[in-house]
Structure formats: C-alpha cells, structure tokens
Design a protein around this ligand. Structure first.
Ligand SMILES: [Zn+2]
Length: 314
C-alpha cells in the first residue's frame, strides 16, 4: 500500500490528483500569496518524485518545463509512484521579474529556513516541513543568468553513486560534478537523505527551445526508466564532465565569439576575440583545454576578469 501523502494538513490518497497550497503568505497589501503544489498519485506504490522550478523568479525556462510537463498530462497516467510538481516556488520574484526576493535575499540560500524568519526563510521552512519528508528524490529546474547562457546540463555530486545514477536516468546532454552549496534546497534535502538534481539551461527571462525540450525529455526519460510512465522519449547522448574551467577576460573591452554553445573545442583553438572599442587593440582568446562549451557570456561589454566561456572536460 503506498504511503500517505499529507501537505498542509490535506491528505492526498493513492489514485487521486490534487492542487494544494504549500502555505499562505500575507503580503504588505493584505494580498495572500499562495504557492501551489500539484500532486498526482498512482494506486501502485513507487517513487515519489518532486519537480520544482522558479526558486529564482526570473528563471523562466525551468518554469516552462514544469508547466509543459503538467500540460502534457503525463502525470495523470502514472503506472506507479507519485509526482509533486511546483512550477513556481518564488511567486513574488516571478511577478517582479527578479531572481531574488524583495528584501534582496536569494531563496535558494534560505534553507532550511525558520518558521518565524523572513519570507524566504518561511518558504524554505515550509518546503522542508511539508514537501521534503514526502518525497524520495527530485529535480530542481534552473536557468542561467542574464549574461550567461547555459547549454542543458544536470548538476550532481559524483562521489554520491545514487546521485550520479539518477542523473544518468535523466540523461541531459551534459552531466557535471557540482559539490553541495550551503543553505540550498539541494544540500538541505540531501541531509535528509533525499537526492535532488539541479538542471540548468538557457538564460533568465528568455525562452530557449533546446533548454526547454531537453528538460522535458530528461524528466520523461527518468520517469520512464524508473517505470513510472510509458512514453516515447528520444535518446540523448550524455557527456559526463569531470572538470570544468572558465575562460576569463584578460582585458576590459568588447567580447565576441563565433563558437556555438554545446560544441567541442580543441586546446589552443581560437574561441573568441577581445578588443578595445576604438579599433586599436584586438586579441584572440584561445581554449585552455579540449572540451565542450557549456556556457557562454552573451554580454559584449566586459571587464578584466569577467567569466566569458565555460568549458567542461570529459
Ligand atoms: Zn537558479
């Protein structure tokens, strides 16, 4: 018999679907902010999967991935187990088109949170109390920044076999070793024995078709591999990257590259140019290693030391 799922005092029985609220949060206008949790349950016992997005309010690709997964109706046909889907955790920052909370805090540095803390701390506390104890593992969908465009990549901890195994079931174009960071959802969930993978793709406030498609396919592939659903999912050639490095600007000025993200580059190959804005100085940027471009800075005006191209090595 599947275990009971209870969120915010609401019981969701096997075979049922429900939309519940994580909690209610009162804003300065007396407006009540709700954070919806969509719950789907099979009659059969099986993995309980958490899908989260919008921990950072401007990371629209992640939000779109979970929205399309909900819209696709895949979770209404679960063969076993349950899905908890939260398309936007950081509702207020989503409305503000901002990454962080109104008080400047990063919600993904507020974990494990506290019941009487600031808004971010309270949301984190409710996630740890109401959601994390119910799940077996999860995928947290993120997006690159306003400058950096990430090629679809899954971040996990290679020293944890279960983590890497789960990442391979998802099968993103790239899998990276990313150590835990303090006060993140991923780290605090791991302390409770719940594995959460972080998917990063595209750039903030922009839809990116590859980022969205790879995220959806990865999630469906993982669920299919776990026997939760029965769907056709295209294969994905996954590269496991053991190390990464940033190519940084060694002068301030204008940056440009002709390289496509996701592509393989050879050591010492020219991958871009840096110049002053007056047509006098121009220098070539060379690849320090052979590897794949997993992130590119799309902002042409750069300062000395800025991160320009993220390279991942097999
Ligand atoms: Zn993020």
């Amino acid at each position: 018999m599947p275990k009971e799922i209870v969120i915010n005092n609401q019981v969701i029985k096997p075979g049922k679907e429900a939309e519940v609220n994580l909690n209610l949060y009162r804003l300065p206008t007396r407006t009540i902010m709700e954070i919806p949790v969509h719950v789907f349950r099979s009659m059969e016992d099986g993995p309980v999967l958490l899908l989260t997005a919008g921990l950072h309010g401007d990371e629209t690709n992640g939000i779109e991935i979970v929205r399309q997964l909900l819209r696709g109706g895949y979770f209404s046909k679960l063969k076993k187990g349950s899905v908890l889907a939260m398309p936007i955790i950081n509702i207020i920052s989503f409305l503000n088109h901002s990454r962080d909370l109104p008080d400047g805090k990063d919600l993904n540095r507020c974990f494990p949170g506290s019941q009487s803390g600031s808004l971010g701390s309270r949301i984190a506390y409710d996630m740890m109390k109401e959601i994390i104890p119910q799940i077996d593992f999860g995928v947290d969908f993120h997006t690159g920044g306003a400058k950096i465009n990430n090629y679809p990549q899954l971040r996990c901890v290679f020293s944890d076999n279960k983590n890497l195994e789960l990442a391979k079931l998802f099968g993103s174009p790239f899998i990276l070793d990313a150590p835990y960071r303090e006060k993140t959802l991923r780290h605090e969930a791991a302390k409770k024995g719940k594995e959460i993978l972080v998917y990063e793709a595209g750039e903030s406030m922009r839809f990116n078709k590859t980022a969205i498609t790879e995220g959806i396919n990865g999630c469906l592939r993982m669920m299919k591999n776990l026997g939760m659903i029965d769907v056709e999912v295209p294969e994905c050639e996954t590269k496991v990257l053991n190390d990464t490095t940033w190519v940084r600007a060694d002068m301030s000025g204008l940056f440009r590259t002709t390289k496509k993200y996701g592509s393989l580059i050879k050591k010492n190959e020219v991958i871009g140019t840096l110049s002053d804005p007056y047509g006098e100085i121009e220098e070539q940027l060379k690849a320090p290693e052979t590897g794949y471009i997993i992130g590119i800075n799309n902002q042409p005006v750069v300062n000395e030391g800025d991160a320009l191209i993220h390279i991942g090595m097999e």
